[in-house]
Design a binder for this molecule. Structure first.
Ligand code: UDP
Length: 332
C-alpha cells in the first residue's frame, strides 16, 4: 500500500501521522480546512489540499487526482465542552463530514479507512480496564458523534464492502522527538500542555478539577499515550487492512493510569519548575478513572507501545513547548 489520504493532516495527531507515513515511504495527500490545523505542521513532502470534507466537489476533485489505497481520517471537532454548547455543529462537521467522505470513497472505489475514534464513546465505564466489548454510552456530544461515525462505517461495510479500523484513543500526549511538531490547540483544554504553559510562565497556576474522587489521591486518573506510539498503531492498522483484515475496533492506551497529581509531580521533575496548583471544582462529566485495555491491538495488530514512561511523554511535550512557546508561528 503506497498512496494514502490523510484527512485532518494539519492537526496535532494528523500531522504526526503524516510525518511518520512520509518517512516510511508512503505517498501522502493531506486534506484539511485549517480551522484548527496549522499549515506549518504539514510535512513538506506531502501534497496539501485546503478544503472541507463537507465540500463534495472539492473532495471529488482530490480523489480524481490520486489513486488512494486508503484513507486515515482525523478531521473532526474534538473539544468536549464546546460539543455540549454546539452539538448540532459537531454533528454537522463530524458526522456529515464523514458521510461525504465515505460517499466519495465509495464512488472512487477506495475501500479502506483507518478512523480516529475516542474512549469518549464508552462514557462512564462500569469497570477498568475498558475493553472493546464493553457498552458504549457517550456522556457528551463529541463522543456521540464519534460513535455515530463508527456506526456509519459499519453499515458502509455491510453495503459497499468498505473496511474500517476504528481506533479509540485514550489521552494522547507528547510530541515528536525533534521538538518541531507538537500540540498547539487554541484554546488549550488538555492537562499536560496546560501544566507546561505554567512551567513556561505563560499562566500563573494550574487548576486541579476536583480532589474528592474515589482515587488514592482524590484526583482523576487517565491513561496517557504517546502520540508517536499512537501513530505506530495507525500504520499497523493500514497494514492489517491491506492484508485483508476485517473491519475492527481497537483501544489505544498505555494500560496504565496516572492521576492529575502524578502528572503534576512528573512535570515538576521534568521541567524543574514548581508549577503552582490551585483546587477548582470538578469538571462536569469527568469519570474518576479511565484506563484502556489495549491487549486486542497488541494481539491483532502486533502493536507495542514503547514510549510509555510518563516522564518520557512529558519531556517530549516539554521540548516542543519550550522551543515553541507560542505554538506554530509563521517562522516555523
Ligand atoms: N484536568 C485538570 N485541570 C485542567 C485540565 C484537565 O485537573 O486544567 C484534569 C481533568 O479533569 C481530567 C484530566 O486532567 O481528569 C485529563 O483531562 P484532559 O482534558 O487532558 O483530557 P480528558 O480526560 O478530558 O480527555
Amino acid at each position: 500500500m503506497k498512496s494514502v489520504l490523510v484527512a485532518g493532516g494539519a492537526g496535532y495527531i494528523g500531522s504526526h501521522a503524516v510525518h511518520q507515513l512520509v518517512e516510511r515511504g508512503y505517498e501522502v495527500a493531506v486534506v484539511d480546512n485549517l480551522k484548527t490545523g496549522r499549515l506549518a505542521a504539514v510535512h513538506p513532502k506531502s501534497i496539501f489540499y485546503e478544503g472541507d470534507l463537507r465540500n463534495r466537489n472539492f473532495l471529488t476533485q482530490v480523489f480524481s487526482r490520486h489513486r488512494f489505497d486508503a484513507v486515515i481520517h482525523f478531521a473532526a471537532s474534538s473539544v468536549v465542552g464546546e460539543s455540549m454548547k454546539m452539538p448540532l455543529e459537531y454533528f454537522d462537521n463530524n458526522v456529515y463530514g464523514t458521510q461525504v467522505l465515505l460517499e466519495v470513497m465509495r464512488d472512487a472505489e477506495v475501500k479502506k479507512i483507518v478512523f480516529s475514534s475516542t474512549a469518549a464513546t464508552y462514557g462512564e465505564p462500569e469497570k477498568v480496564p475498558i475493553t472493546e466489548d464493553m457498552p458504549t454510552n457517550p456522556t457528551n456530544a463529541y463522543g456521540e458523534t464519534k460513535l455515530a461515525m463508527e456506526k456509519m462505517m459499519k453499515w458502509a461495510d455491510v453495503a459497499y464492502g468498505l473496511k474500517y479500523v476504528a481506533l479509540r484513543y485514550f489521552n494522547v500526549a507528547g510530541a515528536r522527538n525533534g521538538g518541531d511538531l507538537g500540540e498547539a490547540h487554541e484554546p488549550e483544554t488538555h492537562l499536560i500542555p496546560l501544566v507546561l504553559k505554567v512551567a513556561l510562565g505563560k499562566t500563573p497556576a494550574i487548576t486541579v478539577f476536583g480532589r474528592d474522587y474515589p482515587t488514592p489521591d482524590g484526583t482523576c486518573i487517565r491513561d496517557y499515550i504517546h502520540v508517536e506510539d499512537l501513530i505506530d498503531a495507525h500504520v499497523l492498522a493500514l497494514e492489517y487492512l491491506n492484508s485483508s483484515g476485517t473491519s475492527n475496533t481497537f483501544n489505544l492506551g498505555s494500560s496504565q493510569g496516572f492521576s492529575v497529581e502524578e502528572i503534576l509531580s512528573a512535570a515538576r521533575k521534568v521541567t524543574g519548575h514548581s508549577i503552582p496548583a490551585q483546587l477548582g471544582p470538578r469538571r462536569a462529566g469527568d469519570p474518576a478513572r479511565l484506563i484502556a485495555g489495549s491487549e486486542k491491538a497488541q494481539k491483532v495488530l502486533g502493536w507495542k507501545p514503547s514510549r510509555t514512561s510518563i516522564e518520557r511523554i512529558i519531556s517530549d511535550a516539554w521540548r516542543w513547548h519550550s522551543r515553541h512557546p507560542d505554538g506554530y508561528t509563521a517562522s516555523i
